[in-house]
Ligand binder design. Sequence first.
Ligand SMILES: C[S@@+](CC[C@H](N)C(=O)[O-])C[C@H]1O[C@@H](n2cnc3c(N)ncnc32)[C@H](O)[C@@H]1O
Ligand code: SF4
Length: 377
Amino acid sequence: MFGIYLHIPFCEKACNYCDFHFSTSFKVKNQLIDCINKELAIRKNELLGEVRTIYFGGGTPSILSKKELISILNQIKTNYTVVKDVEITFECNPEDLSQNKLKELIEAGVNRLSIGVQSFDDTVLKWMNRAHTSDKAIACIELAQKIGFSNISIDLIYGVPLFLNRNWRTDIEKAIQSNVQHISAYNLTKEKHTSLYNDVSKGKYSMPSQEVCSGKYQQIVESLAKSGFNQYEVSNFSSKAFESKHNSSYWSSIAYLGVGPSAHSYDGKNNRRWNVSNNKKYIEGLVTNGDYFEIETLSEFEIANEIILLGLRSDLGVSMKKIKKLLNDNQFQVFNKQVDLFKKQDLIKQTENKLLVDAKSRILADYIARELFILPE
Ligand SMILES: C[S@@+](CC[C@H](N)C(=O)[O-])C[C@H]1O[C@@H](n2cnc3c(N)ncnc32)[C@H](O)[C@@H]1O
Ligand code: SF4
């Protein structure tokens, strides 16, 4: 079993915080979709087994026309064996979700929407340079529910600069009231080459402190828990039945095929691959049968480090058996000593075979993982 990730690298507008790969020029869109279809065919024998999940991410997948979306899905069905109850997630921006668009998506077989709401506060949305308003976000969620989508996720961002006076509690309440099945809440990060980064560097405003962000995080963890959302990963909340199958497979080291510019792939063992983050170079590589990707083979301790990082972020935890298999005696001893330090501070729990960071401390998962990382000998 494996998942397919498709990267659709176009956006109408650039959000002030985003450094994902995308272009606001649509000139090469047709060619690029053809190349995604070509890549899908070329790589059909790369991973064994059936396709369990398909994930359209971006950029903005909701800029795809019905014809383009169906051409990609048909290409997958022609070249791969897809399970009957495949999860098909589609990331979309609220401004694209008309009644017509939502009907096209449901007819094409999309059964999970991930809507980029980010905030229900128009001042924040404007500052982010988003193209939708809070009313539009609420209306498109209602419309999607009316049309028959029963597995909807929304993305929210917390930790925005304090001058915006954002009322995070109101945002959380509106998210809960919207009756969606899944909520992702991301801490705003200041990425290089974004206008957020430039503005902060120029001293126009500053990012909130770690303490402020931790407070916002605790607020959402507590409020969502009261409303029946389990935090199954640092940034992801839902009931068991609505956890993202696709993202959960990343966290448990299941193989995935990443197609499109900047997409990453993993063979489930020790090979990672990433496609070039440039639309023209990606197209050129596929049209001329040339290079458009790089491959890295991970050593055993690097695989262990990935398992530690991903496992501690989620409620799946880290299997001690797996880590022991990947490390030599000396490395495992060093690892265990570090684990003991975190256990004493009550930041890690250990059951017979599993290491777990519980929900209240999970915001520290990346820090704890880095402290546990095995270094080259
Ligand atoms: C890359 S976008 C793609 C989906 C779609 N275009 C959208 O904007 O919703 C996926 C999610 O990444 C999150 N994201 C992107 N850059 C971020 C940043 N610098 N800090 C926190 N979250 C970020 C946003 O919440 C966004 O919804
Ligand atoms: S957050 Fe989404 S819409 Fe905004 S620039 Fe990034 S990919 Fe595009």
